[in-house]
Design a protein. Structure first.
Length: 323
């Protein structure tokens, strides 16, 4: 059985290379400008990418064009959609499908990372840019008409140790449940750079999609609407999270609880369990994690997630939690 699988894989690769060579001869080789994108990334994420300038085609032109228009909606079609030929529309549809496939494959790759990773696709779905940030930030970069994909490590990857996560997942899984959707900065970058779509995945594998409306691109109305949305996004974040003095007090209580646990643990190691029992140690550990999960509550992010959807609808954009 394994031999059959390998033979079929080799055969598929051979057919792909032969077909690509013929298409390059006929249509010319595609040239893609890339920044910090390695061959290893391309081979892992898009091993069967199109290397020629051949346009995308579909079997039933009228059916697929009408289906795409209905599913996409007038607000999210390119501004010049009505002036495109049928062949150009089919090429756009094929490349839009490809962009979605590549985006989901990238999200699957970066979801578990403790730092943010950003990939940018150009309008054809080609991987054009990659950058790695830290646990809370990556480049404010985007491509006009393209797609951005990045991850949000969230508290699970950045603020808890492996032991803490394992304990909470076993005893208090409800305290870890939550989402880490787009930030207000993510939305502003997508809008200001004229992206077609943006994706983010958090460390609990929740996927989010933001699609800016395209029907008012490059218009004075767009600038006005984007400014209004930016202001609303600021208020959304301020309303979702507790005031600074309240948050600082919660963090202080968490740190105090940790200090008590560590002090008890040190005494137990020095004097033994006869005087410092595991039962008392576990109580201190439990109290510390209670205070920490209260300080790092996921509830504000749930509120932001709901607010992003409401604001997107208000201004005509599309915001969706995919999983």
């Amino acid at each position: 059985m394994k031999g059959d699988y390998y033979m079929s894989t080799i055969s598929a690769v051979g057919k792909y290379l032969t077909r690509q060579a013929k298409q390059i001869t006929k249509y010319g080789e595609k040239s893609v400008e890339r920044t910090s994108v390695t061959d290893n990334m391309l081979n892992e994420l898009t091993p069967f990418r199109r290397l020629s300038n051949k346009k995308g085609v579909l079997s039933d032109s009228n059916y697929f064009v009408k289906k795409f228009e209905t599913e996409t909606g007038n607000r999210f079609l390119p501004q010049n959609w009505s002036s495109l030929s049928t062949e150009e529309k089919l090429d756009y549809i094929v490349k839009d499908r490809y962009s979605k496939l590549v985006s989901h494959k990238i999200m699957g790759k970066i979801k578990d990372n403790p730092e943010e990773h950003l990939y940018l696709l150009n309008k054809d779905g080609d991987i054009a840019h990659y950058s790695k940030g830290d646990m809370g930030f990556c480049d404010d970069a985007a491509i006009k008409g393209g797609t951005s994909i990045h991850n949000h490590p969230g508290y699970l990857k950045t603020m808890y140790s492996k032991e803490e996560v394992e304990y909470l997942q076993k005893h208090h899984p409800e305290k870890l449940k939550g989402v880490t959707p787009f930030s207000d900065g993510d939305i502003r970058v997508s809008l200001s750079n004229g992206e077609k779509s943006a994706y983010v995945i958090d460390s609990q594998e929740h996927k989010f999609l933001f699609k800016p409306r395209q029907d008012i691109a490059n218009s004075p109305e767009k600038l006005k609407e984007d400014s209004r949305l930016a202001i609303d996004l600021i208020f959304l974040g301020e309303d979702a999270f507790p005031r600074m003095e309240i948050q600082n007090a919660k963090i202080h209580k968490s740190n105090e609880a940790l200090a008590k646990f560590e002090e008890f643990e040190a005494k137990q190691k020095k004097w033994g369990r006869l005087f410092y029992s595991n039962k008392a140690k576990n109580r201190l550990w439990e109290n510390y994690l209670n205070e920490k999960t209260e300080a790092l509550s996921m509830k504000p992010f749930e509120k932001i997630n709901k607010g992003l959807k409401e604001l997107s609808e208000k201004f005509g954009h599309k915001y969706e939690q995919l999983s």
